[in-house]
Design a binder for this molecule. Structure first.
Ligand SMILES: O=C(O)CCC(=O)C(=O)O
Length: 257
């Protein structure tokens, strides 16, 4: 659970540093496993893979698909990681159960369990955005993302950068996600931003309405991270087609949830 001080920080700033949650051995296993998934040594049906852009520009990121696209460490994003036993066990850690119970309730699903990568000497600029809005096609906006550094995250390798308190602005774009250049000038001056540098294994809870972005990786080693968006298990997909979200805590939960 959040302590009283963390709850205050959550309300006022929209993010909370949680320190390292996994053991060193668990962290090493997650690092090895994500490389095995990228290299195709471990495979799951229908898992979403998106390669990194060639240019570093967000507009040039290829769309991605629900299929592995060959052995490379240059993936930008991989979703559906709740299918993997190690990632599922980690996202169901008792610390996360406590926080989700406090902020969401006993029955919790994940909108996405996602690997975000800035490959060595590559990566793509991710512009300021919020993680909510109609493009998510949900019956209610989720509020909680738990982001874990799998490697050191630094200004040089594209750590996440946030605008403290910006979750209080509400949803800035009807469709959600990236904001306009005018909104960025208004709400995101460099002097207001905070770089969330992290040691491997360190965790941040991020409010989904918090304005955040990340840069490219100018170093010779990757900046890997695992980002999980938790939401009330009653949240429904409201777009065309059927979509169900994996329940990870409470009634009908996967694994040991
Ligand atoms: O890891 C990153 O660079 C960005 C993460 C992000 O935007 C998210 O987890 O919602």
């Amino acid at each position: 659970m959040f302590t009283a001080a963390q709850l205050r920080q959550w309300d006022e700033q929209g993010y909370v540093a949680l320190g390292q949650v996994a053991t060193d051995a668990e962290l090493e296993a997650l690092q090895r496993r994500i490389d095995d998934i990228m290299l195709g040594k471990v495979r799951y049906p229908g898992m979403f893979f998106q390669l990194d852009s060639e240019t570093g520009e967000y507009e040039d990121v290829p769309p991605g698909s629900n299929a592995w696209q060959g052995p490379t460490l240059a993936y930008r994003k991989i979703q559906d990681l709740e299918q993997d036993d190690l990632f599922l066990a980690y996202l169901q850690h008792p610390r996360f159960r406590g926080i989700t119970r406090q902020l969401i309730g006993p029955d919790v699903a994940v909108f996405r369990a996602m690997f975000m990568n800035k490959p060595a000497e590559r990566g793509t600029h991710l512009p300021y955005h919020q993680d909510a809005g109609s493009q998510w096609q949900l019956s209610q906006d989720p509020i909680l993302t738990i982001w874990t550094a799998l490697d050191p995250a630094t200004r040089a390798n594209g750590c996440v950068q946030v605008i403290p308190g910006s979750h209080k602005l509400g949803l800035l774009s009807e469709r959600g996600h990236t904001i306009t250049p005018e909104q960025e000038r208004r709400y995101c001056p460099e002097e207001k931003s905070v770089y969330l540098e992290a040691r491997p294994g360190e965790v941040y809870a991020l409010h989904n309405l918090l304005l955040h972005r990340s840069g490219i990786n100018t170093t010779g080693t990757p900046r890997r991270a695992f980002s999980v968006c938790y939401m009330d298990a009653a949240t429904r997909h409201v777009g065309p087609g059927e979509r169900r979200y994996p329940v990870v805590f409470g009634r009908g939960a996967l694994g040991n949830g």
